[in-house]
Design a protein around this ligand. Sequence first.
Ligand code: PHE
Length: 342
Amino acid sequence: MAIEELEAYRGRALDALSAVSDPASLEAWYRAHLAPSGEANTWKRSIGQQPKDERKAFGQAINEVGAALADAYAARQAAVAQAELQRRLVQEAVDVTLPARARRAGGLHPSVIALRQIADVFCQMGFTVFESPHVETDYYNFEAANMPPHHPARDMQDTFFTTDGQVLRTHTTSGQVRAMRCLGPGPIRVILPGLCYRNEDVTTRSEMQFHQVEGLLVGPTVRMSDLKGILMAYARAMFGPDQDVRLRGSYFPFTEPSVEVDIRCTLCGGDGCRVCKYTGWLEIGGAGQVHPVVLGHGGYDPAKNRGIAFGLGIERMLMLRHGIDDIRHFFRNDLRFLANFR
Ligand code: PHE
């Protein structure tokens, strides 16, 4: 009787085990059957209740069932582990045929790259870099540059003012008198690179911010011919060894005489095209001999010293060099544009 019940239990236990297919239910089955408090062990405690002459056979039968369940359990455990491994292999599969994901490194802004190239060119000519503030006083940006209050030339530059009465520098010329006061009274040969700001309508040709590189030489023997030679060397370094420079009479309050600096059109080579408006020349900046009033503000005696200065637009230069038709690209931070300059 008991033996039959035991056999029925073996059948139930094995059936339950064959339905097990994952680690959690395998664990539950083990606790229900083979663990010390499991059903297979409770049978052992019932041996004493059997008739004396059946105890031996019953005990053997219990041990047999226990061993059979343990074997079946071990086999099931191996199968579940194998299935589990298979599942993970499928789930965590790596498709080695997928293209690699490129790591995108950051890069320098095209204007910064150009500023560094330009600094290299001028440093080879013996210039050093002088930095001056972006937030500038009215004095250095205008007055020291020979534009006293109400000077009509102030209208040439629409200015951003800070709430405490300073200005965002409208040109790097704002650093000229700072450089003279800082480096004087000896000769000076510096460039002043950096951002400038103007309160302008943003169009394809003008932005609210742009980079300039100012150049300043001061000394007893400095002449306009030095200016032309320096600008020629710059143009040839940036636009190729055959470049030509033309100085065209102009007006700036802080230079006298003043010139506009032109290079031969990079697109048509001087024959005349739409980009150079059929003149064969492109403007790259302004320049001139430093006005005596500016030298005076810088602490130099204009009777004994002369200066030459130039201001070059960086984005404008890059637009000419790369055929870029819209200055707004430079400050849009569109990677499709910026990545071209790595
Ligand atoms: N500051 C002038 C400008 O922004 C350029 C310039 C610099 C002209 C130095 C003459 C000398 O247009």
